[in-house]
Design a protein around this ligand. Sequence first.
Ligand SMILES: [Zn+2]
Length: 229
Amino acid sequence: MTTAAGAGDDTAGLPPAPEVVQIEVGLLQNFCEILWCPETRAAAVVDPAWEVDRLLREAERLELKIELALITHTHNDHIEGVDELCAKTGAAVVVNPREAARVSAPGRTLTDAVDGRDIAIGRRGVRALETRGHTVGGTCYLADGYVVTGDVLFVGGCGRTDFQGGDTAAMWQSLQRLMRLPEETRVYPGHNYGETATSTIGHETRTNRFLRCATFDEFRALREQKRKA
Ligand SMILES: [Zn+2]
């Protein structure tokens, strides 16, 4: 938990970061990530979807054992490979409790991705950050040096808030929280919508029009006028 350093410092006491491999899958430019521990070869797949065979081949190439599926949110384009991945690897699912019903199934282990909880991947780990706005239980996964942002923050954009469970005010708060991370923190978004596959918090803070809004009203007007992602 992050209580020792108080609110506003989500990085305090983070475990050592897993290695990360980013893989683009499917027809909607979705990104999956494989996070792994070089000491134990334990691995987690973020948002397994569309091309599970490819994800498994990559894990095999790296000689990894996939133990977890980390879910950023439960839109179908992010979870449609969970069943296949879990059936083939025995991986447990980590998902926010507000969205757990959308991925629950008999025989599957579900772990709550509650805010501030550290999730071990071998001897490395990531921290769940509840970042609502795109969905009711949207979760980013923060490591020491990078953050996997799902459909909350994209390179040059942010997630839509007009789907079921969307909340523009919550999205604003979530983005403000991400902006408080160290500026060198690398951003791994849920889709390849930007000019580059990854970015940093500092670059996004300076260039992303959604993060450059000075007030919530300005942000809301911009978010509601642009319908993408
Ligand atoms: Zn989504």
